[in-house]
Every structure is written in C-alpha cells, then in structure tokens.
Design a binder for this molecule. Structure first.
Ligand code: FES
Length: 123
C-alpha cells in the first residue's frame, strides 16, 4: 500500500468535507471533532458525491437521499444505502494529509476511470 500526500491539513477544517485525488482514486476527506477521515467520494446507493454531503456527529451524510455512513467502518447507518462505502487509511503528519491506496484498488480505479465508470466497491 502506498500513502499519497493529497491535501494540507488547513484545507479540511472541522465540519468540512472536500474532494481530492490520490492518483486516479477520488477521495472525500472530512473532519469531525478534529479527526480526519478518508472515504470514497461516491455513495454506495446511487453514486452521489459525498463531497457534496455533510459532516455529522454520527457519520458522513449523503445529501441525495440521506444515508449516513460510519466514519470508521463505512457501513450505512440508515437507508436507503445498504452497502458500505470504501474507507481509506489516513494519517496526518507535518500539516499534510496522507491517504493509503492499495495497489489493486489504484489499478482498478485507473481502469474504471478509463471506461467512464466511477464507483469503487469494497473487495
Ligand atoms: S445516492 Fe447517497 S443516499 Fe442515495
């Protein structure tokens, strides 16, 4: 697994979610209660952008139909989503945010991007 430096810490203040790229992999970075989280940017329900959603105390809210995803597991906490979103390992060092991307996932993302598909599903 390779860690990519994808953002400065100051770009993600508390309560904010924003989109970044780690190579071809689209990542939603969010911060809740000071802690940084990295997930796929696509909702597992109908692919809405999670970077257009909201940071809540419970999890990351998809603004399209209201599913909330647990920051740690990616599991949906309420419908309509039934499948988890992808969670990436993340660390914050020296004012930068680094996200770990599995090589297989990076290759799959490049392939999906070339074919026009967006969603990254776990496994
Ligand atoms: S697309 Fe996210 S809840 Fe429907």
């Amino acid at each position: 697994m390779e860690f990519h430096k994808i953002a400065r810490s100051g770009q993600i203040p508390d309560g904010v979610v924003r989109r970044f790229f780690a190579g071809d992999v689209e990542v939603a970075l969010s911060r809740q209660d000071g802690e940084i989280h990295a997930t796929s940017n696509y909702c597992s329900h109908l692919d809405c952008l999670l970077s257009s959603g909201k940071v809540t105390d419970e999890g990351l809210l998809c603004s399209c139909h209201g599913s909330v995803f647990d920051y740690a597991s990616g599991e949906p906490l309420c419908p309509p989503a039934t499948r988890p979103i992808v969670i990436f390992p993340v660390r914050e060092e020296d004012g930068h945010i680094h996200v770990g991307i599995d090589e297989e996932l990076a290759a799959a993302a490049a392939k999906r991007r070339a074919s026009g598909a967006r969603r990254l599903t776990p496994g």
